[in-house]
Design a protein around this ligand. Sequence first.
Ligand SMILES: [Cu+2]
Length: 132
Amino acid sequence: MKTTMFKNKIVNTMLLAAACGIALAVVTPKANLARAAVNPNAKVIEITAKKFEFTPSEITLKKGEPVILRLTSADRVHGFMSKPLKIDTDIPPGKTTDVAVTPDSAGGFTVICDHYCGTGHGNMKMKVTVVE
Ligand SMILES: [Cu+2]
C-alpha cells in the first residue's frame, strides 16, 4: 500500500513536470512569432553572445528600416540593452531571441550586456551604426 502511494506521487510529479514543459514549449515560440510578425519582411541579422563579446561586434542599420535582431547565446544568459535603440532583453542559452528594431535616428549607438556574466562583463558591448 505504501509503495503504491509513493509511486503515485512520483507519477504525479512527472506528469506535472511534463505539463510544465509542454506549456513552456507552446508559449515560447508563440512569443517569438508574435514579435517577428510585426515586420514579416524585415531583414534578419544574427548576433551571437558569449563571454565577453557579441559577434559581429559591429553592425550598420538604416534609419527607418525595420530589422529583426536574432540573438543567441553560446554559453550563459547575457543581456542586450540600448536605451536610444529601445532594446532591452535577455539572451538565454538554448533558444533564439528575436528583437524587432526600427532605428528612428542616425548615429552611433552602443549595445551593452546588462546581465552580469562574469569578470569581463563590463566590457561586453557592440556598436550599432545607424545611417540616413
Ligand atoms: Cu554580461
